[in-house]
Design a protein around this ligand. Structure first.
Ligand code: ATP
Ligand code: MG
Length: 437
């Protein structure tokens, strides 16, 4: 390395602001949720895709659009020290998925349904529900033009909320139409805001000619009335766009998915057209969007491919689980079947062989370990066994080892009997355990 060496400083090191550690038992809740998502994706025939966390910066600039919050101020960009390339920690995954689909000609034999899970990075002001590293799970249906795929994705997200017992999420829908329809609306919008330029805040003035649609998304209470009076994009949509939107709405209605049309719903990336939607809740304060998505039929072309329709969504894992916790869900660690109580350290080699046989048979076992003072008293080991949550204590005492046996003591079921088993036949005891892990 030819850079200045950074000397280590004394004192405690801490993590980066806005980038959190995920610890047990919260990590158990995340693992449980991810397992539910994997099962759900399999049932809807979506396949897993994993793209790199680092991509070339131009992918996001071209994909998301120059005048977006993400590209303007939220991206972690850095120079590859070896060749000077500009690289970026992905702020979202859709652009990377499309890049990968193009690079590997993934759609050569037809459309593909894909999903991903993983960390995203945005330099935002950290607060509850808004972090600088956060996990997203996303689904993307590439190569399908029909509104039934938009509906499938929305039904899939709704099924997920039902599956995990999430309450109080509602669906908001809008259609952004096609570029030429948006252009006509944009002109009307600019004219409207020009008429009320006194009421515009600094952000809105900056966006007036670069991205006036985003002004509709303002959170500034003083601008609500001029925003409410602004021309509605829905009134500028042509027949084909309206038909697409109506098909989607009728599938949702037939399938009992409630929604409201929110004509002010726009998304933070430039790549959306036709359908956009958000699942929102009032229970997470201002960070209320748990899942968001839409159609992006022009992104493939924008990234140098041929025109390919596509639609997808991404959910924020932190927000979904925050809401799940508010609905009473908690992380539960995987169940522990047995805790091994060991009095004689010299028997350890033999005992570890026995535990290995049990684990191979699917039993989860936590082994008592030595301290500098030895193995500790039987009483203290039982205490540990109890707090571990194990269903059984496996007692490898001196008498047991001499007889080549183990005592199995139920810890949770007062009515169950303690038994002893020959070490050689422990695997058959394992088979009698109800649903070992
Ligand atoms: P918001 O309006 O809340 O900033 P967004 O429009 O930037 O959201 P998307 O880029 O569409 O959000 O991401 C989809 C989902 O990812 C969001 O609905 C949210 O649940 C989650 N998400 C986005 N940014 C963050 C963040 N900084 N921290 C945690 N979760 C996030
Ligand atoms: Mg954002």
């Amino acid at each position: 390395m030819n850079e200045k060496v950074i000397l280590p400083q004394a004192g405690k090191l801490t993590g980066v602001k806005g980038m959190n550690d995920l610890l047990p038992p919260d990590s158990a809740l995340v693992e449980w949720f991810e397992a539910k998502v994997r099962q759900l994706m399999a049932r809807f025939a979506y396949r897993n895709i994993r793209t790199p966390i680092v991509e070339r910066t131009p992918l996001f600039v071209r994909g998301l659009g120059q005048v977006t919050d993400i590209v303007e101020k939220e991206m972690y960009c850095f120079e590859d020290r070896l060749n000077g390339d500009s690289l970026t920690l992905r702020p979202e995954a859709t652009a990377g998925v499309v890049r990968a689909a193009l690079e590997h000609s993934l759609l050569y034999d037809g459309g593909k349904r894909l999903y991903y899970m993983g960390p995203m990075f945005r330099h935002e002001r950290p607060q509850k529900g808004r972090y600088r590293q956060f996990d997203q799970i996303g689904a993307e249906a590439l190569g399908f033009p029909g509104a039934e795929v938009d509906a499938e994705l929305i039904l899939m997200a709704s099924a997920l909320w039902a599956e995990i017992g999430l309450r109080d999420v509602r669906l908001e829908l809008n259609s952004l139409g096609q570029p030429q329809e948006r252009l006509a609306h944009r002109q009307a919008l600019i004219a409207h805001f020009e008429q009320h330029s006194d009421a515009l805040d600094e952000d809105a003035r900056r966006r007036l000619y670069s991205n006036p649609l985003r002004i509709l998304d303002t959170k500034n209470p003083h601008m609500q009335s001029i925003v409410n009076a602004a021309p509605k994009l829905l009134d500028f949509l042509g027949e084909a766009s309206l038909a697409h939107f109506n098909t989607l709405k009728s599938i949702l209605e037939t399938n009992g998915v409630a929604y409201t049309v929110n004509p002010r719903l726009v998304r933070g990336m430039d790549y959306y057209n036709l359908t956009v939607f958000e699942f929102v809740t009032d229970r997470l304060g201002s960070q209320g969007t748990v899942c968001a998505g839409g159609r992006y039929d022009y992104l493939f072309e924008q990234l140098g491919g041929k025109s390919t329709p596509a639609v997808g969504w991404a959910l924020g894992v932190d927000r979904v689980l925050e809401l799940a916790k508010a609905s009473g869900l908690t992380g539960t660690e995987p169940r522990l079947d047995a805790y091994a109580i060991i009095t004689d350290p010299t028997a350890m080699p033999l005992i570890m062989g026995v535990l290995h046989t049990l684990r191979t048979a699917g039993v989860s076992v936590q082994m008592h370990t030595s301290s500098p003072d030895g193995m500790g008293s039987m009483k203290s080991q039982f205490k540990r066994a109890d707090t571990s949550g194990a269903r059984y204590a496996l007692i490898f005492g001196a008498d047991e080892i001499k007889a080549q046996r183990v005592t199995i003591k139920p810890l949770r079921d007062a009515a169950a009997q303690q038994v002893t088993q020959p070490l050689a036949s422990l695997a058959s005891w394992a088979a009698t355990l109800q649903s070992p892990l």
